[in-house]
Write a protein that binds this ligand. Structure first.
Ligand SMILES: Nc1nc2c(ncn2[C@@H]2O[C@H](COP(=O)(O)OP(=O)(O)O)[C@@H](O)[C@H]2O)c(=O)[nH]1
Ligand SMILES: [Mg+2]
Ligand SMILES: [Zn+2]
Length: 295
């Protein structure tokens, strides 16, 4: 082995002071320690980090430096997330679309591209699916409907993620773990009853881990952000920017908050069904919520 061999890679797991790095140029996971200098710089290596690793002695690797991050999450701790799979089942449980819209906004705030994923297609009628499609096809977000047996749709989603890093968000019981198992090879996440056992059982000190996808990308094995207080991140007058299908700059007043001001283009768009009433109602609800929280 060459002295001072260097590689670039991605941290996929960290346990007890060791970091497990997937080098860009190989499939073999490398166990690393962090260089002390990183601690002095208060840079804590985090799952998802792109790092430079170096081997001074055969078989001993250290993380030398961490690339600037695109984003970072605290709970669960993960960095550089490109894509958020926002997962809701169409029934059992019924989708909470206000929560879904909040997660879309959270994604945009954190610079994560959301993919809207509606699961349990086998349990609903075509009409029920159509209601949801009508609401979200008017947004620019990518939209998927599937059941756990639709491997074609899973391949489409895997293709969207390709070599990027994704996490999933959504309520429990909607099929996130099932989906993760379909997207990743040779690795399993506990689904349904098993995960219930884990929750109440001994395995309480879970670490987060990026699972390698068949597409070459990475999927976090733990759900990512749940909805948080929007007022901590955005002002009321900024909310409209987080509804990308709303017309921009076409209302009479530049400052229009689309609350019934004269010359508001949104009211026209609503009548012409260019935007969905449900999305608009959620916009008004969240606008009110942010205003209340800010005062
Ligand atoms: N009928 C049906 N059941 C599903 C589907 N996807 C997941 N499930 C079931 O829903 C339950 C919860 O799934 P799980 O993946 O654990 O959900 P999670 O809590 O979001 O991780 C399990 O019993 C799954 O077998 C689906 O597409 N159709
Ligand atoms: Mg799960
Ligand atoms: Zn307006």
């Amino acid at each position: 082995m060459l002295a001072q061999e260097k590689q670039i890679g991605k941290i996929i797991k960290g346990i007890g002071g060791f970091y497990y790095v997937k080098p860009q140029a190989s499939e073999e996971i490398v166990e690393c320690k962090a260089r002390g200098v990183l601690r002095h710089q208060k840079m804590v290596p985090t799952v998802g980090d792109e790092v430079m690793i170096q081997s001074d002695n055969p078989g001993e690797w250290t993380i030398e430096s961490i690339e600037p991050r695109k984003n970072i999450f605290i709970r669960p701790p993960v960095a550089n997330v490109d894509i958020g799979l926002i997962v809701f089942s169409m029934t059992s449980p019924k989708p909470n679309l206000l929560l879904l819209d909040k997660l879309l906004i959270s994604s945009e705030i954190q610079n994560v591209e959301p993919l809207i994923c509606f699961s349990k297609k086998d349990l609903v009628s075509a009409e029920e699916e159509e209601v949801l499609r009508k609401i979200y096809s008017k947004t620019p977000y990518k939209l998927f409907f599937f059941s756990d047996r639709d491997l074609d749709v899973m391949n489409e989603i895997a293709h969207e993620i390709s070599c990027k890093t994704a996490f999933m968000a959504g309520p429990s019981g909607v099929g996130k773990s099932t989906m993760a198992n379909n997207l990743c090879s040779n690795q399993t996440m506990e689904t349904g009853t098993l995960s219930q056992k884990l929750k109440s059982g001994k395995h309480t000190t879970r670490h987060v881990e990026l699972l390698k996808m068949r597409s070459g990308g990475f999927l976090l094995d733990t759900p990512g952000f749940s909805s948080y207080k929007l007022s901590e991140y955005i002002k009321a007058e900024e909310l409209r920017e987080y509804f990308p299908e709303f017309s921009r700059g076409e209302c009479r007043f530049k400052s229009c908050l689309h609350q019934g001001e004269p010359g508001c283009q949104i009211l026209v768009d609503l009548k012409e069904e260019k935007i969905s009433q449900t999305r608009y109602d959620h916009y008004l609800y969240l606008l009110d919520e942010i205003k209340r929280e800010q005062h």
